[in-house]
Design a binder for this molecule. Structure first.
Ligand SMILES: O=C(O)CCCC[C@@H]1SC[C@@H]2NC(=O)N[C@@H]21
Length: 251
């Protein structure tokens, strides 16, 4: 197995697999004591949020970080913001520009989805952050649900060529730095940095909740990571939803 990059965080293990069903499923099976990144060059049953399948051809980035943060479920859930910022930092550090962050945890490139994060806690205290990045290929928009933010890959916009393992060597230290910031300064610092790059802040967006769809102005993200939408009936605080934009981005 090739050695990790020079900035690889101390005390964190790195596993590279040629094929697995899902790096997040593998992380849950292994449930190591030591924080561990598991990267796979190919996933045969990759999963996205809300039980959706995740398209993952060879060349795209697919990895999961599994660790025991040692804090409660609310703080664990905020790691999706920590991870989104780390992803943004790592991509930016490799020369990708035009990035923004979509609540709760997508990274957009020119307002199209470049990367997704799946946060899972399959056992008490155990946290798994599964991350997929369209380094070489984006799924066919026809395979996605209507009104979904269209996907994008780096080559489509003339972005840099980045190999999955090289991306992991950038992401792992970026995540360690953001995690250290979260531990030292709490969510306010993470939230402020996240808000600075929030997609569609101040604009009308639609949140699809179980059994309800709510449209309003994206006003804020609160101190617990909830979305604040100002609707015709007043402010709504939303803990979890699928978000749709009013109109598609220009290409
Ligand atoms: O729906 C999303 O936006 C989240 C997608 C997360 C996909 C990644 S790829 C690596 C890890 N393994 C999985 O099975 N899923 C996540």
């Amino acid at each position: 197995m090739p050695a990790p990059g020079a900035d690889w965080p101390e005390g964190v293990a790195r596993i590279v697999l040629s094929e697995v069903d899902s790096t997040s499923a593998e992380a849950a099976r292994r449930a190591p004591e030591q924080a561990t990144w598991i990267l796979a060059h190919r996933q045969t049953a990759a999963r996205g949020r809300r039980g959706r399948a995740w398209d993952c051809p060879i060349g795209n980035f697919a990895a999961s970080l599994v660790w025991r943060p040692g804090d409660g479920p609310a703080a664990m859930a905020l790691r999706s913001f920590v991870a989104a910022l780390a992803l943004r930092d790592a991509l930016r550090g490799l020369g990708v520009t035009g990035l923004s962050l979509k609540w709760p945890n997508d990274v957009l490139l020119r307002e199209r989805k470049l990367a997704g994060i799946l946060l899972e806690s399959p056992a008490p205290g155990l946290l798994i952050l599964g991350i997929g990045v369209n380094l070489v290929h984006a799924p066919d928009p026809a395979t996605l649900e209507a009104r979904a933010v269209p996907p994008v890959s780096l080559p489509e916009v003339g972005g840099p060529t980045i190999a999955p393992e090289a991306f992991l060597d950038a992401l792992a230290p970026a995540f360690a730095a953001r995690e250290a910031q979260f531990r030292a300064a709490g969510f306010p610092a993470i939230r402020a940095d996240w808000m600075a790059d929030a997609a569609r802040l101040g604009e009308e967006i639609t949140a699809r909740l179980p059994g309800e769809t709510v449209t309003g102005r994206f006003a804020d993200v609160d101190g617990e990571g909830c979305l604040i939408l100002v609707t015709a009936n007043g402010p709504r605080r939303i803990a979890a939803a699928d978000i749709f934009f009013a109109e598609a981005p220009c290409s």
